[in-house]
Design a protein around this ligand. Structure first.
Ligand code: ZN
Length: 196
């Protein structure tokens, strides 16, 4: 029969089974940010009858508009779809699949350099938009605004309300679909949740 070669001494592990060296936190200033569209955050949601993944709090599907009958739906965890778009007054549409840093000079903001937000350059002739003005921060199914201590501030007009309201600096404010946002004095954008 087969004779075994000597077994490895007990308690001794081959050296190549150790933990791999850390290779993923090297910061490369000026380097191209790795595409991160593949690792969308996981959130709890429900499917409509047509298998569109939705915010469990939503009364209607954000894609096809069908009513979501809560009692028959069981939330499960899945990759978060885009939460809609922000449409600027010049027609630019920002898909809400990542955080954004809005301002006159967003490229140099630390949030953009660090890869946690995409830059969205917004300028105004009156100079009322700060270089680093507003962060759009996605949290679960919520779209939050954080005014970054901008000089002229950020205002929101909730849907169906004729008035604009200042938001406090450095504090996340959740906005509802249909909200108009004024950045500085003259630039506006609108949050559209429908993603069909
Ligand atoms: Zn649907």
């Amino acid at each position: 029969m087969c004779k075994r070669d000597g077994p490895p001494p007990p308690g001794e592990h081959p050296p190549h089974l150790g933990p791999p060296p850390e290779q993923f936190d090297q910061h490369q200033p000026g380097g191209q940010e790795q595409a991160d569209h593949g690792d969308r955050p996981l959130v709890y949601g429900v499917d409509c009858k047509n298998d569109h993944f939705n915010d469990p709090r939503a009364p209607y599907c954000a894609v096809c508009g069908i009513a979501l009958v809560q009692r028959t739906l069981v939330p499960y965890k899945g990759p978060r779809p885009p939460l809609g778009v922000l449409v600027l007054d010049d027609g630019t549409a920002l898909p809400l699949d990542s955080d954004y840093l809005l301002g006159r000079d967003p490229e140099r903001a630390p949030e953009v350099a660090g890869g946690s937000a995409r830059p969205a350059k917004v300028t105004s002739p009156d100079g009322s938009v700060s270089r680093r003005h507003l962060r759009v921060a996605l949290d679960g199914w919520d779209v939050n605004l954080v005014d970054l201590g901008s000089v002229n501030g950020t205002q929101i007009q909730p849907p169906g309300d004729p008035n604009f309201y200042d938001i406090p600096p450095n504090e996340p404010v959740t906005i509802a679909p249909g909200t108009t946002v004024r950045v500085g004095v003259s630039r506006t954008l609108r949050f559209e949740a429908h993603r069909g």
